[in-house]
Design a binder for this molecule. Structure first.
Ligand SMILES: NC(=O)c1ccc[n+]([C@@H]2O[C@H](COP(=O)([O-])OP(=O)(O)OC[C@H]3O[C@@H](n4cnc5c(N)ncnc54)[C@H](OP(=O)(O)O)[C@@H]3O)[C@@H](O)[C@H]2O)c1
Length: 262
């Protein structure tokens, strides 16, 4: 891949769903993309099928649970493509957990490693160089699930709540250094992650439509953006509900506890 002056975005979880759609939106806007995931063959095949010019994209293999692998991908990206203008920590998994089962503790660990440690490991290599340069945007992919603890989803809700707080803390730490931190809060987006869901998914949106909104929110450097907007009303109501009321309603949804994916 050749160097170019076009702006550069580094995206984890770019082999599927939201990550792919966001990458495509950036290329459409003339950006170069650094695509990161474990399934590199699929990513390469997909990028080639898009018909993008060769200098628009590069592929990096990394399991975000492995900090050294993410750091290596970040260093190679900075060496070959340059320091990204935007870094999107999007890689994530969603699996239900039943905390009464000993074996589910490893599921919980995997959720935390992928969604939380993976996000921090993705941001880390870029923070010092971005500070030195004096600009950059870090984007954390949270979820509406971060707002309250949903029965059966302690791991996912807990991990995404951590994403929200980490992004907020970073915003304070990086204030005045030219680096913005954007927390994206998706509702339901039609991707391989949500397709197995059997329950209703209000305001479900296509990944391309999500990517369009996300692109503009990131361009504006918005601190917090719920997508779609209808879900921001849901987020407000959920945040306001008193604990006794939330516990009563959530506790009546026990049938979801056994669900393995959301
Ligand atoms: N879809 C929704 O409704 C929704 C709602 C709220 C939040 N989100 C969040 O949005 C993000 C993307 O979700 P999606 O719906 O696009 O899901 P998806 O289609 O299942 O894609 C998940 C992506 O994450 C990558 N990934 C997973 N584990 C990884 C690991 N250990 N190392 C590196 N990459 C890993 C996958 O790549 P490989 O398997 O190739 O590594 C894949 O590219 C996630 O953080 C998810 O929690 C989604």
């Amino acid at each position: 891949m050749t160097e170019s002056n076009a702006r550069l975005v580094f995206i984890t979880g770019a082999s599927s769903g939201i990550g792919q759609a966001v990458a495509a939106r950036y290329v459409k806007a003339g950006w170069r993309v650094a695509l990161v995931a474990r399934r590199v063959a699929e990513m390469r095949q997909w990028a080639i099928a898009q018909g993008w010019p060769a200098d628009k994209w590069s592929i990096y293999e990394a399991d975000v649970r492995n900090e050294a692998a993410v750091a290596a991908a970040a260093q190679t990206c900075m060496r070959t493509q340059g320091l990204p203008d935007v870094v999107i920590a999007n890689a994530g998994i969603s699996v239900g957990v039943d905390l009464s089962l000993a074996e589910d503790l490893s599921v919980l660990r995997d959720l935390m490693d992928t969604n939380v440690i993976g996000l921090a490991a993705t941001f880390q290599p870029f923070i010092a160089p971005m500070k030195e340069r004096g600009h950059g945007i870090l984007v954390g992919m949270a979820s509406v699930a971060a707002i309250r603890g949903l029965p059966g989803h302690a791991g996912y809700c807990g991990a995404k709540a951590a994403v929200v707080q980490i992004c907020e803390a970073l915003r304070g730490e990086l204030r005045g250094r030219g680096i913005r931190v954007v927390t994206l809060v998706p509702g339901y987006v039609d991707t391989p992650l949500t397709r197995p869901n059997t329950y209703p998914m209000p305001f479900l949106m296509k990944a391309d439509a999500f990517a369009e909104k996300a692109f503009h929110a990131i361009e504006k450097g918005q601190r917090w953006r719920v997508i779609p907007w209808q879900m921001s009303l849901v987020v407000r109501v959920m945040s306001w509900l008193p604990r006794w009321f939330f516990d009563a309603v959530a506790g009546s949804q026990q049938h979801r506890k056994k669900q393995r994916r959301t």
